[in-house]
Design a protein around this ligand. Structure first.
Ligand code: TA6
Length: 270
């Protein structure tokens, strides 16, 4: 794990999955949420922080693992640098791996920039050597909130989403702000908007801005799903919400041979 201290903030990044598990500004509650029950072993994804979902989202025919393999691979630390203002940049690379057997080869580079804000850049390059690379990607970010009952999410009004609770239904977000009082698992499509996580208990707003991302996923497992997950505490749903930035489902991507695509996410406290 790479531990980073800047004049403004602190962070932790595991090589396992290039997983940012901690980001906290000085004298403030953490921004990212991490389960006290998370596993930390070679085979398991870390529960919390920012799992990198790549090259598929959710379940995939013929594959046992949900959400791709990037989050359980050991990434290479390519570089760490600090600017004159103390902003730290950490570069990681997904090495070639056997999983490519079931999926076309690609390279993935990840740049994490830490200071007042947390900035992420995921670059995927089609290195198949033949033809198109079709894939999905998502930065599956878990945010700390004071009390889920005092949280609202703004920025998705009028957006079509796939509601994955109780089946899979297409709906349109009617509300100016989304509140959460039961299990929520929604894939918002064709949206490039920033999302504000308004936290009435911690009295802060976390803004999630993104580039080259057309999907936003919102998730809180609530009671039953929390109990069903071994690496998630039964009561932990009260203090987390996932607001994820990606290109999934009908927004999935294809890259021509040799081409690259960079998705960017910026997390800031307003
Ligand atoms: O992003 C929301 C979601 O796809 C949910 O359906 C839920 O399964 C969650 O991801 C966590 O998935 P995981 O494989 O990490 O347990």
């Amino acid at each position: 794990m790479v531990k980073v201290e800047t004049p403004q903030s602190a962070a932790e990044i595991y090589l396992h999955g290039a997983h940012v598990t901690h980001f906290q500004r000085k004298n403030e509650p953490p921004v990212l949420w991490l389960s006290a029950e998370s596993k930390f072993d070679e085979k398991s994804p870390i529960r919390g922080g920012i799992p990198i979902i790549l090259p598929w989202f959710g379940a995939r025919a013929g594959q046992t693992a949900a959400h791709g393999f990037a989050r359980v691979k050991s990434w290479e630390l390519a570089d760490v640098a600090a600017s004159t203002t103390g902003v730290v940049t950490v570069r990681l690379r997904l090495p070639e791996c056997s999983e490519f057997a079931g999926f076309s080869p690609f390279t993935a580079d990840y740049v994490v920039t830490l200071g007042e804000t947390l900035e992420l850049e995921l670059t995927v390059r089609n290195s198949t050597g033949h033809g198109l690379l079709a894939f999905e990607q998502c930065l599956h970010t878990y945010f700390t909130v004071g009390d889920i009952g005092a949280v609202s999410l703004a920025g998705l009004q009028g957006t079509m989403y796939l509601d994955k609770v109780g089946g899979s239904h297409e709906r349109v977000e009617m509300g100016e702000a989304i509140t959460i009082a039961s299990e929520v698992d929604r894939v918002y499509m064709d949206t490039r908007a920033a999302v504000d996580i308004r936290d009435g208990k911690l009295r802060r707003t976390i803004r999630v801005e993104k580039e080259n991302s057309a999907s936003t996923v919102v998730w809180n497992p609530w009671v039953a799903k929390s109990k069903a997950m071994a690496d998630f505490g039964d009561e932990e749903y009260h203090t987390m919400v996932c607001v994820e930035s990606g290109n999934v489902g009908k927004n999935s991507l294809t890259l021509e041979e040799g081409k690259t695509m960079t998705m960017k996410v910026k997390v800031e406290i307003l």
